[in-house]
Design a protein around this ligand. Sequence first.
Ligand code: AMP
Length: 113
Amino acid sequence: MKNDCLFCAIAAGEIPSSKVYEDEICFAFYDIAPQAPVHFLVIPKEHIGSVAEISGENSPVVAHIFEVIARVARELGLESYRVVSNIGEQAGQSVHHLHFHVLSGRDMTWPPG
Ligand code: AMP
């Protein structure tokens, strides 16, 4: 756990969130400022700064997160959804702890804005 990391504190239950799913590896919770009718985030419990810090050592955690995304989406009955991860300031990353946005429930444009 990294000091002063918002998502480390949420994963540890120190800051309240609207939990969707939890296991020993990852934590999923609804985004506080939803950009779609369904918008939740899936994060690793261990601190990884962003996709740019994924390595051979920690990539099993990411594979697990994608299994969880598929399972939770299925359980929520989502037939179509988008998974997004922003890396760095220009791409819109505001929290520097790896997270995957899962967005669903409205038409989406491509390319994204
Ligand atoms: P990003 O801008 O890609 O780094 O995504 C960070 C996301 O975290 C944004 O969509 C925020 O709305 C969301 N967020 C920030 N603080 C919280 C919080 N306390 N609980 C839930 N979501 C949050």
